[in-house]
Each structure stands twice: as C-alpha cells, then as structure tokens.
Design a protein around this ligand. Structure first.
Ligand SMILES: [Zn+2]
Length: 296
C-alpha cells in the first residue's frame, strides 16, 4: 500500500472533518490502549480518554485512517509511546489537532529512539526495544510529568492530577510486586515471542528473550530465520512458543510444530475484553508467561 496516497487521504479527511463540536469533557488520546488507561488514571473524571489503534492491529505497520482523524481532532492532549514506536501519531496530531499538546511518554520514562536507526525501532536480539510500558516501574516514572502536562492544560485541576498520579504510582508498585511473585517460580527461563517486545518486562521479572518469530515486525520471517529459531528452541529446551494477537499465526505454527512447542498467547497491547486496563493486561501477561513456562 503506497504510503503517500494514504497520507493524502488522511489529510483530506482532516479538512473535511472541520472543527469538532465542543465535547462536554476535555479529550485526550493515547496511541495504544494500555497507555490510554494510564492517562485516564491520572486525568480523572474531567477527561475523556481514548486509544487510537484498534485492537488486534500492530502499531508497527499501522497507518491512520479517517476513524483516527475523528478521534484525534477534538484532542487537547495526544500521548505517544515515543522511542520511534508511533511517529505517525505526532504527524497526525500536527495535521488534525494542531492546538493539542503532544506528550512523549517514552521520553518521560527515559526511553528514547536510537539515533541513526530508521525511526529508532530496531527489533533484534540486542536492538532497540520501544515496549517500555510493559515494565510498571517505567510507567510509574512517567506519572509526575503526565500530571504536569494535564495541569498545563487545566491549571485548576493541578492538585487532582498530582494526587491521582501519586495514588496510581502506588497501585503500580503493588502490581510490580504481584507480577514478580507470579513469575518467581519460572525466573531465569528463556522465551521466544512473536516479536522483540518483551525486553523491559523480561529484564524486570527475570526472563531471558532468546529469539522472536518476526525479527522485523511486518516482514514474514525467511525459511532460514525459521530454521534458526527451531534450532535455538531445541538448544534452549523450550516447551512453549509465545505468540501475540497482533501478529499473523502462520510462521508461529510452523516453528511450533517443527520444534514440538505448544503455543501460548501473550499480548503487549490488549484493548480487548479481559485486557482493557493496564493492570489487567500486565496480570494477563504474567499469568500467560507463568502458565507457558511452568513444568507440568
Ligand atoms: Zn512491537
């Protein structure tokens, strides 16, 4: 699909959308569902918070459509993962919500794109991994800056944003302890996942990523890459392959059957029933990794 025509289409949709009707609540959008839930925790009842990427879609190959234009147009705050992950969102906001503030949450977490790499998003064993939100302590790190950002847009609400940020940081700290406890019995285990998304999660909870099915998201693995993965899975005595709902299942099926692995689903993005909220999503993933790695 040629990118320029899509972009032109979206920009035309911006022009057609016109000025959005004034919403009864202030509007914030975040690119992915777990981040929208984080924003909602700090923003509180005065804001309507939506996520941009529809469930099941991979942000790596995502292109905005008129639906995202409609979502972004009334936004006063656009929150991005940053680190080169969702560069399109800032462009979309600049075109369709030019007065919105853009908050790069990754930068607030201390995670930035690798300079020199294309969009800073390299998915290799030692490459740059932008999925920092899968580590609750990194999310907690963004909260004070997020509260300040909301206060800049709504000074009267500043104390509320600050208080809710502190309260949510407490929740995240309890979540962190709970996940560590869930994964303690399988700590040290090697994992193979759909793509290189679990570096921060693995580092926090003692797992060891040893490979991924799509080293470059959006590009099907070559037969040689599949063979190498099968060899790695046997060498590491893996029993489970962790797939993700945003990735096509075909290559995973081949690897699983060649290497004799069972398949378990983990989900970096959620946005579907049972995985809507940030904490819900992280608990789901902790249980899925534990279930897939436990000796039965
Ligand atoms: Zn990813």
């Amino acid at each position: 699909m040629p990118r320029p025509s899509t972009l032109a289409f979206v920009l035309a949709a911006c022009a057609c959308a016109g000025r959005p009707a004034a919403p009864d609540r202030m509007v914030a959008v975040a690119t992915i569902s777990p981040l929208a839930d984080v924003v909602a925790h700090v923003a509180g009842p005065g804001w309507g918070v939506r996520s941009l990427i529809p469930p099941g879609m991979s942000p790596h190959v995502f292109e905005p459509t008129p639906k995202e234009v409609r979502l972004v147009a009334p936004a006063r705050l656009v929150v991005t993962v940053g680190a080169g992950y969702d560069v399109w969102a800032a462009k979309l906001a600049a075109a369709c919500a030019s007065e919105a503030r853009i908050f790069d949450a990754g930068a607030a977490a201390g995670i930035t794109a690798d300079s020199g790499e294309e969009e800073g998003h390299v998915h290799g064993d030692l490459g740059h991994d932008p999925h920092w939100w899968l580590s609750p302590p990194l999310v907690a790190k963004t909260l004070p800056a997020l509260a300040r950002e909301l206060a800049a847009l709504d000074p009267a609400g500043a104390a509320g944003y600050r208080d809710r940020a502190v309260a949510f940081a407490g929740e995240l700290s309890r979540l962190d302890e709970e996940i560590a406890l869930t994964l303690r019995p399988v700590a040290g285990s090697s994992i193979v996942t759909a793509h290189n998304a679990w570096g921060y999660f693995a580092e926090r909870y003692g797992l060891k990523p040893v490979g991924s099915i799509e080293p470059v998201p959006g590009r099907e693995p070559s037969p040689r890459e599949i063979r190498e993965l099968v060899v790695a899975a046997r060498r590491e005595h893996l029993r489970t392959l962790f797939t993700e709902p945003q990735f096509p299942p075909e290559a995973a099926r081949v690897v699983a059957s060649e290497a004799g692995l069972r398949v378990e689903t983990v989900d970096p993005i959620g946005g579907v029933k049972g995985r809507i909220g940030y904490e819900e999503l992280l608990r789901y993933d902790a249980r899925a990794f534990r279930g897939g790695l436990e000796t039965r």
